[in-house]
Ligand binder design. Structure first.
Ligand SMILES: Nc1ncnc2c1ncn2[C@@H]1O[C@H](COP(=O)(O)OP(=O)(O)O)[C@@H](O)[C@H]1O
Ligand SMILES: [Mg+2]
Length: 452
């Protein structure tokens, strides 16, 4: 198969969190006939497609997958919520997207070549370029030699290849596929899936990202980097599973089977929490923002001082009764002290580290400096906040920006907790200040001067 130039000459225009396409609180309802009320198909969908990834939307029939795809493609409007593509709000057909449907309606009176050129004609590409691009796309899908054939002369698999060529030739930023293999017989589907996967692996793929809709678990695990699982009635995002398998994918590998089995359990238990159900299959990829235990600096320094003053006190249950704290309330404080490298826990005993001892005995200014050094070395979330502010000429950024980033890694409410904890810690260390009225983080004046 020949190569088609990927449209990477222009840098991908993503939004500020690196998403090519993003759905924000997308809902869709239809009115039932005869004034029988309203039928909600999609309920508050949030998702993102980033450059360079294949995302699978996996859901049972009727869960609203096709409806969601059409909304993201700008073919139908959401009832509420927004879709952004390359950072712009989608209000009509999304120019970043082309779609491959389950069965492609080829025009029977046009040849393969003419069918493939059709989409380019519509956007005013000159005849010569049209022809060259169509030939390459036809070659890519393995139909060279069939340029002048008519659809009726082709098998179902070959017709779907033309469907792919018609999408490829437009070199979209994101290729949407709505169950593209489900109308084909098993073997043909398998071949075509394998070829699509090969193209992707070789880097020849004529789109930066792919969003594929499927109800087939194996297909999702075989093709995708991330599987977003939709629940039905109404359609909502139940969770996502990162497919951390190397490519090309080995169906006989243990992890491939683990992932398929794990997702099968999720799909057959509509009420199961996705993360809990997948717990036996922990994701290999680490989050860039390890979760911060919900502990305030006041709580952490209180614990460290107690440990300094009463070195014989090491047993965690004993400490919780001394501090008159429930163990559940003590543990986040202990975890935070450990995360910050100020304490260590071994076999239920907690002790101060050297840094912890220095923190507990120093004057307030030195304690702040120690805390700051530990934060920047050990707490990526705080470091991210601080570095972002340092990059800004005015040294300030709205809180919502950071919440959006954390939303990518945590459920919404937890993202808020993470932000509040990071702000509490960073403010104490005088890395930044928080203007509650404006809801902005800003560098303290001294720090921005020092680091310039
Ligand atoms: N235009 C419409 N009017 C009314 N109901 C619709 C419309 N489009 C889709 N639906 C309903 O929305 C639900 C989800 O449909 P769809 O998005 O096609 O699901 P999927 O692709 O996951 O099978 C179905 O129950 C379908 O009947
Ligand atoms: Mg569908």
């Amino acid at each position: 198969m020949a190569t088609l130039r990927i449209n990477d000459a222009k840098a991908p225009a993503t939004d500020r969190n690196g998403a090519l396409i993003r759905a924000v609180n997308v809902c869709k309802s239809f009115e039932l006939p005869d004034g029988n009320g309203i039928f909600t198909v999609l309920d508050n969908i949030n998702l993102a497609v980033r450059p360079g990834e294949i995302v699978a939307l996996l859901g049972r029939s009727g869960s609203g997958k096709s409806t969601l795809l059409r909304i993201l493609a700008g073919l139908i409007p959401a009832s509420s919520g927004d879709v952004f593509s390359s950072g712009r709000r989608v209000t009509g057909p999304n120019p970043d997207v082309t779609m491959v449907f389950q069965s492609f309606a080829l025009l029977p009176w046009l040849t393969v070549q003419q069918n493939v050129e059709l989409g380019l004609e519509a956007i005013g590409v000159p005849a010569k370029e049209r022809q060259a691009r169509a030939l390459k796309a036809i070659d890519m899908v393995g139909l060279d030699g069939f340029e002048s054939a008519y659809p009726k002369e082709l098998s179902g698999g070959m017709r779907q290849r033309v469907g792919f060529a018609r999408a490829f030739v437009k070199q979209p930023k994101v290729l949407f596929m709505d169950e593209p293999f489900s109308a084909l017989d098993v073997l043909t589907a398998e071949n075509l899936r394998g070829e699509i996967s090969d193209l992707w692996e070789k880097g020849d793929f004529p789109a930066q990202s792919v969003l594929i809709v499927t109800h087939n678990i194996e297909e999702a695990v075989y093709l995708a980097d991330r599987v977003i699982i939709l629940g039905a009635n109404p359609g909502r995002v139940r969770g996502e599973v990162v497919i951390d398998l190397p490519r090309p994918r080995d169906r006989s590998s243990r992890r491939y089977k683990e992932l398929v089995d794990g997702i099968y359990i999720v799909m057959t238990n509509p009420d199961r929490d996705v993360t809990a159900a997948m717990a036996g299959v922990p994701p290999r990829r680490e989050t860039p923002y390890p979760p911060l235990p919900h502990a305030t600096v006041g709580g952490i320094s209180g614990l460290l001082e107690l440990l300094q003053e009463r070195p014989e006190l090491r047993d965690l249950p004993e400490i919780s009764s001394t501090l008159q704290l429930a163990t559940d309330d003590l543990l986040p404080i202990v975890d935070a002290a450990v995360m910050l490298g100020l304490a260590e826990v071994r076999q239920g005993d907690i002790t101060l580290t050297d840094a912890g001892r220095a923190f507990a005995t120093a004057d307030i200014q030195t304690s702040k400096e120690i805390f700051r050094a530990q934060l920047l070395e050990r707490v990526p979330t705080v470091k991210m906040l601080y570095n972002t502010l340092k990059e800004k000429p005015n040294g300030s950024m709205r809180a919502g920006f950071f919440l959006d980033i954390l939303d990518e890694h945590f459920p919404r409410e937890e993202a808020q907790h993470q932000f509040e904890t990071a702000v509490d810690w960073g403010r104490y260390a005088e890395l930044f200040e928080y203007d509650r009225g404006e809801d902005r983080l800003l560098l303290p004046v001294e720090v921005s001067e020092l680091t310039d």
